[in-house]
Design a protein around this ligand. Structure first.
Ligand SMILES: O=C(CO)[C@@H](O)[C@H](O)COP(=O)(O)O
Length: 218
């Protein structure tokens, strides 16, 4: 039975009533926070002080997805701030193995993300250094895009490598996850699912999370 985590993107939340918004999605396993710097991606969101504020009032752990340049410089600060899981982009790191080790040493889970066009093979040797591998299923930068089916073979290859390695790395997908696409991603081998629009576009976000869990169950 695959683990099925739904991580609604907090960026759609009402920041005035942040605590209440987070309570509406407290049946999620974690809250996925999109940090963008208008450099690694063409969009600008929030930084560490706001992420810390979200963490202070969140009923579930945070999963910070850093879509920022110079990950080696910035990601350890998120770990130092006590963020439960910190994911950096492989394309933004000069020394990804060293960075993953540093995140763990500072008390966070270590996640690494790959853009849709980045192959997984060059990174398979470092699976033991990771708690989570994120395969982006849209081009990072914006919510509301369509799921890219062309990423499915890469998800399958990553699943085979994780199973073959015997390490317990979670395989996360992010982008375009809906009640229609989640099963395809699960069948390919993903077991952690980020859903933004599908949750916050619904009248009942908690109900949407339950429906996604059901739709993605194998
Ligand atoms: O990081 C990203 C996009 O860059 C994602 O987290 C999306 O923000 C998820 O939103 P939907 O695709 O579910 O609307």
């Amino acid at each position: 039975m695959p683990q099925c985590c739904i991580n609604p993107s907090i960026l759609s939340a009402d920041f005035v009533n942040l605590e209440a918004e987070l309570q509406r999605i407290s049946n999620a396993d974690s809250v996925h926070v999109d940090v963008m710097d208008n450099h690694f991606v063409p969009n600008l969101t929030i930084g560490l002080p706001v992420v810390q504020r979200i963490q202070a009032v969140s009923p579930v752990p945070l999963d910070a997805h850093l879509m920022i340049s110079d990950a080696d410089r910035w990601a350890p600060e998120y770990a130092d701030a006590g963020i439960a899981s910190v994911t950096f982009h492989a394309e933004a790191s000069i020394a990804p193995v060293k960075l993953a080790r540093e995140l763990r040493a500072r008390g966070s889970k270590a996640g690494m993300a790959l853009r849709p066009a980045t192959p997984v093979e060059p990174y398979l040797d470092m699976l033991p250094e990771l708690d989570m591998l994120l395969i982006m299923t849209v081009e990072p930068g914006f919510g509301g895009q369509s799921f890219l089916d062309l990423t499915l073979p890469k998800i399958r290859r990553a699943r085979a490598a994780i199973d073959g390695s015997g390490v317990g790395v979670a395989l996360q997908v992010d982008g375009g996850i809906t009640e229609e696409t989640i099963l395809r991603a699960a069948e390919a081998g993903a077991n952690v699912f980020v859903a933004g629009s599908a949750v916050y576009g619904a009248a009942d976000p908690a109900g949407a999370i339950d429906r996604l869990r059901k739709a993605g169950s194998l």
